[in-house]
Design a protein around this ligand. Structure first.
Ligand code: ZN
Length: 219
C-alpha cells in the first residue's frame, strides 16, 4: 500500500532577505515554483557578467532549486519522470522577483499577470535587466504566458489562480495555489497604501481561510 500524497512546501530562498523568494509547492507528480528573482546585494559589487550560476548559488542570490533550472545552466538533467507537471510564476517585474527567469528550463511554462508578461521583454530589450538564458543573445527574454486574471490554471493536481494586487510595480499580482488538500496564498510584494487597496482586499477575500499565507515583509 502506498501512502496518500501530501502537499509539500519548500522555501529555497528569501526567508532571511528582503526579496528573492523562491518557493516550491509540490503534490504527487506536480510542482510549481514562484518567484524567480535574485536577491539584491549591491555590497558584493558583482557585475552581470560575473553572475554565473555557481556565483549566484555561492552568495545565495538564487535558491538551489532542483528540477526547474535549465540543464544547460546547471549541468544537471531535470527528472521528468518524477515530475510530470511543472510550472513557474512571477508576481511582478521587480528584479528580486524576476531577474533569474531566463534560468528556468525552456520547456517549463512561466506565468505572470498580463502587464508583467508584456513589460519584461521591453525592460530587457538591451539585455541589461534579466540574467541571460543559456545559448541565447544577451537581450533574449524567455516566453512568459500572460495569465488570465482570476481564472484557474491547471498544472496536474495543482491549480494556480493569478489575481490582481497592488504594489509600486505596474501589473503586480498575487497567487492562490490549490492542491487536493491545501490552499496556499503567495502575496508577492503588497501594499494597502497605494492606488488599489480594493484589489488587495479582494485578493485577501479570495484567499480567506487558506492553510498557508506567504507574505513579504521588510521589517
Ligand atoms: Zn517589488
Amino acid at each position: 500500500m502506498t501512502s496518500k500524497p501530501k502537499t509539500k512546501v519548500t522555501f529555497y530562498n528569501g526567508l532571511t532577505t528582503i526579496g528573492g523568494p523562491m518557493i516550491e509547492v509540490a503534490y504527487d507528480k506536480s510542482h510549481v515554483l514562484f518567484d524567480l528573482g535574485e536577491v539584491y546585494r549591491p555590497e558584493l559589487g558583482l557585475k552581470m557578467e560575473d553572475e554565473d550560476f555557481a556565483t549566484l548559488l555561492k552568495y545565495q542570490l538564487i535558491g538551489d532549486v532542483p528540477d526547474f533550472y535549465d540543464p544547460k545552466v546547471t549541468g544537471k538533467e531535470i527528472d521528468h519522470e518524477r515530475w510530470e507537471h511543472s510550472a513557474a510564476y512571477i508576481s511582478h517585474l521587480h528584479l528580486d522577483h524576476s531577474k533569474a527567469m531566463n534560468l528556468l528550463a525552456p520547456e517549463i511554462p512561466l506565468y505572470a499577470g498580463p502587464l508583467t508578461a508584456a513589460l519584461l521583454p521591453v525592460l530587457n530589450r538591451d539585455g541589461e535587466f534579466l540574467l541571460p538564458a543559456a545559448d541565447k543573445p544577451k537581450n533574449y527574454t524567455r516566453p512568459i504566458i500572460a495569465a488570465k486574471l482570476n481564472e484557474p490554471i491547471h498544472v496536474g493536481d495543482i491549480t494556480l489562480t493569478v489575481v490582481p494586487s497592488d504594489h509600486d510595480a505596474y501589473g503586480a499580482t498575487g497567487l492562490i495555489v490549490k492542491t487536493p488538500d491545501k490552499t496556499i496564498v503567495h502575496t508577492g510584494d503588497i501594499r494597502l497604501h497605494g492606488y488599489h487597496p480594493d484589489w488587495v482586499r479582494k485578493f485577501m477575500a479570495a484567499g480567506e481561510g487558506c492553510d498557508m499565507l506567504i507574505i513579504e515583509g521588510t521589517g
